[in-house]
Design a protein around this ligand. Structure first.
Ligand SMILES: C[S@@+](CC[C@H](N)C(=O)[O-])C[C@H]1O[C@@H](n2cnc3c(N)ncnc32)[C@H](O)[C@@H]1O
Length: 202
């Protein structure tokens, strides 16, 4: 059987930045759920950078899931699951304890319902003090770099419901609605942000 591992040029570029940011802003992470694992290269980089994490990868796409599962098997982690944050109650299938939720380059490439579902599921799963870690391009009160404006236009041309999300006008209010407080904001290379929310609603 051929190797199901997929390789992404952008993941090769940003995985070390993301792994470093993850361990810096989520030092207490232990049981991690990743939504939209893609190739699984970010999970692999995060796991290789520090031992001791339990990782639950996921992606609705079959090929992405197979790729992530192959990488996770090598690291003694479980197979990736098929969670899609657009599905109402997607989090109810999860019975293992989760203290950290990761979503990298996903919120711009799903509908608003998918972003809401991510926040709603994170709020339902995370214990007090648990973190939601997001990475990707984001605008601040409608302002972002030209490359992100072009990317936003290309996303909207593919699907009018997609687009670069606004941290102040969309993500922070969504967090507040579901009991997730904005905890940390960092600008990282290539006009991306790392943003962390903390569970304060329970
Ligand atoms: C641009 S890729 C990012 C993959 C990986 N995180 C990365 O940065 O390389 C977007 C991924 O999001 C997944 N995805 C899209 N909508 C989703 C949703 N509503 N819930 C979970 N995953 C979703 C897709 O299947 C795809 O693998």
């Amino acid at each position: 059987m051929s190797d199901p591992r997929l390789y992404s040029t952008s993941a090769a570029r940003n995985k070390d930045v993301i792994a470093e940011a993850f361990h810096r802003v989520c030092p207490a992470a232990s049981h991690v759920l990743e939504l939209a694992s893609g190739t699984g290269e970010h999970a692999e980089a995060i796991l290789l950078a520090k031992a001791g994490l339990t990782w639950h990868g996921s992606d609705p796409d079959d090929e992405a899931r197979a790729s992530t599962t192959a990488r996770m098997a090598d690291l003694g982690q479980a197979a990736a699951e098929a969670f899609d944050t657009r599905v109402e109650g997607w989090w109810q299938a999860i019975s293992s304890p989760i203290d950290t939720i990761v979503s990298i380059n996903m919120i711009h490439i799903t509908s608003r319902a998918g972003v809401e579902g991510l926040f709603q599921g994170a709020a339902a799963l995370l214990p007090s003090g648990g973190s939601l870690f997001l990475y990707g391009p984001m605008s601040r009160r409608g302002v972002t770099e030209e490359s992100n404006q072009r990317f936003d236009a290309s996303l909207k041309a593919r699907d009018p419901g997609w687009g670069v999300r606004d941290l102040d006008d969309m993500l922070q209010p969504l967090g507040a609605r579901f009991g997730l407080a904005l905890d940390d904001i960092e600008r990282v290379p290539a006009n991306n942000h790392v943003v962390t929310f903390k569970q304060v609603g329970r």
